[in-house]
Design a protein around this ligand. Structure first.
Ligand SMILES: Cc1ncc(COP(=O)(O)O)c(C=O)c1O
Length: 387
């Protein structure tokens, strides 16, 4: 069977492959320590589930507006105004089937053949594939541990050509956990504005911050930056709502209308009663976010100490999200070989950095319980020692 050029140029997910192998071992009763999770291991907070249950009982089971329930769009606009200093109204917001879908919609609305999209590497693996699906050209800018895997204003400037349409910024970052400081964000905003390009700020991990790290949205830098900014966000990571599939895109009204046209002919509205859970997430107490953050803080300390005690492994201090990005290059193995051998011989599952555009590293998620983290670290240390 012949498929389109569009789909054949997309790289299948290495993450899914290794996760599937780990699951297969587990199903055979083998004790696997998995550091692969891209989602919090907590249940969705009870009050959010209650709100969705109530919505079901109240018959919120029909088609809804393509752009999302008005109450949710208003709650998101209020959140963006109050928490992020972004002057959006409901008309600037579209509710999508998760953050992934909001970014995908954006690429389809903004990018076409010939357009270049600047993506700093290591990157969240879907960004380049989405650009390719939209027939654009991903322009990968490699960053290193020396800058905590953050793109510098000079690097951004040098990557810009007359074809550049969009710059993808993700802070806190998956896979590195890096957080751009407000000063760094301001410097990048200056380059964006000077060159009149768009920036999409993927802020899905904005609440998962450590050691006093501050999240500044690039759109909040000044009016000129605001005019060139598009925000992508969602409920998955902050509220442990990965399976709910609720995210959003915020930006200039004309762009939201274009995205609405695409969504209107593809997915229509997001699951109506799930949106009521999202309203509760925004409008109720934010204690649940803090409780999860406390657990992540404790695990982060353990995992960083563990990694740093293993000779040949190193990583910069990640100030956000729930990942550590570990340099394994001193072992002499590629990230794929390291990950495959580690799983086969010591039953520890990690994601090879190759999936994120960096073959020198592996990604460990600490969205798992402390016991598994400790056991996994011991096995990892044994594995590296025996190499
Ligand atoms: C950086 C980043 N952006 C966006 C997403 C998409 O999240 P979701 O579609 O679950 O809302 C993820 C999920 O792993 C992510 O890590």
């Amino acid at each position: 069977m012949k498929f389109t050029q569009r789909v054949s140029q997309v790289t299948p997910s290495i993450t899914l492959e290794i996760t599937a192998k780990a699951k297969a071992l587990k199903s055979q009763g083998i004790d696997v320590c998995s550091f692969t999770a891209g989602e919090p291991d907590f249940d969705t907070p009870e009050h959010i589930k209650m709100a969705a249950k109530l919505a079901l009982d109240q018959g919120k089971t029909k088609y809804g507006p393509t752009n999302g329930e008005m109450a949710l769009r208003e709650a998101i606009a209020k959140k963006l105004q109050q928490q992020n200093q972004l002057d959006y109204e409901a008309k600037n917001v579209i509710v999508t089937n998760g953050g992934k879908h909001s970014l995908f919609n954006l690429m389809l609305a903004l990018i076409e053949a010939g357009d270049e999209v600047i993506i700093p590497a290591p990157y969240w693996l879907s960004y380049p594939e989405m650009v390719k699906l939209a027939e654009g050209t991903p322009v990968i800018v490699t960053t290193t541990a020396a800058t905590d895997y953050k793109i510098t204003p000079d690097q951004l400037q040098q990557a810009i050509t007359p074809k550049t349409k969009l710059f993808v910024l993700n802070s806190p970052s998956n896979p590195t956990g890096s957080v751009y400081t407000p000063q760094e964000i301001r410097a990048l905003a200056e380059v964006v504005v000077k060159n009149d390009i768009w920036v999409v700020s993927d802020e899905i991990y904005e609440h998962i911050l450590y050691e006093g790290a501050k999240h500044l949205s690039i759109g909040a830098v000044n009016e000129a930056a605001f005019a060139k900014t598009i925000i992508s966000n969602g409920f998955a990571k902050s509220y442990s709502m990965t399976g709910w599939r609720v995210g959003y895109l915020a930006g200039p009204e004309a762009l939201i209308k274009a995205v609405s046209t695409i969504q209107g002919h593809s997915t229509s509205n997001v699951c109506t009663f799930a949106q009521y859970g999202a309203i509760a997430a925004l409008e109720s107490s934010q204690d649940c976010v803090q409780i999860m953050l406390q657990a992540f803080t404790e695990r982060r300390k353990v995992i960083l100490e563990g990694i740093r005690s293993i000779e040949k492994l190193s990583c910069p201090t990640p100030n956000g999200a729930f990942y550590v990005f570990v340099d394994i290059s001193q072992t002499g193995l590629s990230s794929l070989a390291f990950s495959e051998q580690l799983l086969a011989s010591h039953k520890v599952a990690v994601i090879p950095g190759l999936a994120f555009g960096d073959d020198r590293c592996i990604r460990l998620s600490y969205a798992t319980d402390l016991d598994s983290i400790q056991k996994g670290l011991e096995r990892l240390a044994d594995f590296v020692k025996d190499l």
